[in-house]
Design a protein around this ligand. Structure first.
Ligand SMILES: Nc1nc(=O)c2c([nH]1)NC[C@@H]1CN(c3ccc(C(=O)N[C@@H](CCC(=O)O)C(=O)O)cc3)C=[N+]21
Length: 285
């Protein structure tokens, strides 16, 4: 039987309605959550994402600001901007759009953002807290993935989750989150031997490798939950995931589409983190 399709777009819409109400409540208390996005350079994909983020903020009543800096911006100038935002009481979330131009050291920039305003959840302090199971701002894509898995109403506890890809922004943190939910987690990557055989053991398969349609039905156990984190823009302009959707959907129990799956959840979790950061900073429960 063909898989049920988990619509991230629909789930995101429902959560955003809740977040809108929460924002209205905060405003009554005199707090307007504020997000500042810094975009360095003019990468077309980054422009699209940054605009999507700003629009999403506007829709739920979060104050948002985009700071556009020239592609030749120096590391020091960017650091100075971040320091200014760290100190601005009206800014609760700071997001520096990645990737950055090559003259700028990404690690150094991420380290400069105040951990309490780090709505990406990329700062080592927040990553460390996640790793040891403390409450903190959670990275957006991994947190969105967990929300989508919860939608299936299948219990995560005791399940075998296989994560393909070990990036700091998706693979590693989603593994920590799944572990926190008591899954048995296998982390795999480009050097893993016999990947299809390992992937095929998964009850929950999370694919975050950035290779268009690499995961075919040979990687998937019948009845598995398949979460596709890839956003690959083909030359034709078509956006596809890392999973060969048409054939995998025939054997999975649940599958996320691209577009309309994990992507909209990433932005939704960013909104959630901005509200969370505002509450923390102003000591509101
Ligand atoms: N500091 C930082 N934080 C990020 O969170 C961050 C980043 N840098 N750099 C780039 C990636 C990418 N990313 C996406 C967000 C939403 C969609 C999304 O909503 N995609 C739509 C489709 C959009 C399209 O057609 O391209 C969907 O999947 O339905 C995709 C990708 C956030 N990123």
């Amino acid at each position: 039987m063909a898989a049920q399709i988990i619509s991230g777009k629909e789930v995101a819409k429902t959560i955003r309605e809740e977040l809108k109400r929460e924002t209205e409540e905060l405003k009554k208390k005199g707090i307007t959550p504020g997000l500042t996005v810094i975009l360095v350079g003019d990468d077309p994909a980054s422009q699209i994402y940054v605009n999507m983020k700003a629009k999403a903020c506007e829709e739920i009543g979060i104050r948002s600001e985009v700071i556009r800096m020239d592609r030749s911006t120096s590391q020091d100038d960017l650091l100075e901007e971040i320091n200014r935002l760290n100190q601005d009481v009206n800014v609760h979330g700071i997001l520096v759009q990645l990737p950055l131009p090559k003259q700028i050291d990404e690690k150094l920039i991420i380290n400069a953002i105040s951990p309490e305003k780090d709505v990406d959840g990329f700062h080592p302090v927040n990553v460390g807290k996640l790793a040891i199971g403390e409450n903190t701002l959670l990275p957006c894509t991994p947190n969105g993935i967990l929300e989508l898995i919860r939608q299936t109403e299948i219990e995560i506890k005791g399940k075998h989750a296989v994560v393909i890809g070990r990036s700091n922004i998706v693979g590693k943190p989603v593994s920590f989150l799944l572990l926190r939910e008591n899954a048995t987690v296998t982390m795999t990557h480009s050097k893993t031997k016999d990947l299809p055989a390992i992937a095929k053991q998964a009850d929950i398969l999370v694919v975050a490798i950035g290779k268009p349609e690499m995961v075919t039905k040979e990687y998937v156990k019948p009845g598995a939950i398949v979460i596709d984190v890839g956003t690959n823009r083909l030359e034709s302009g078509k956006v596809v995931g890392d999973v060969k959707f048409d054939e995998v959907k025939e054997i999975a129990s649940f599958i996320t589409p691209v577009p309309g799956g994990v992507g909209p959840m990433t932005i939704t979790m960013l909104l959630k983190n901005t509200i969370e950061a505002a509450k923390q900073i102003h000591h509101v429960k």
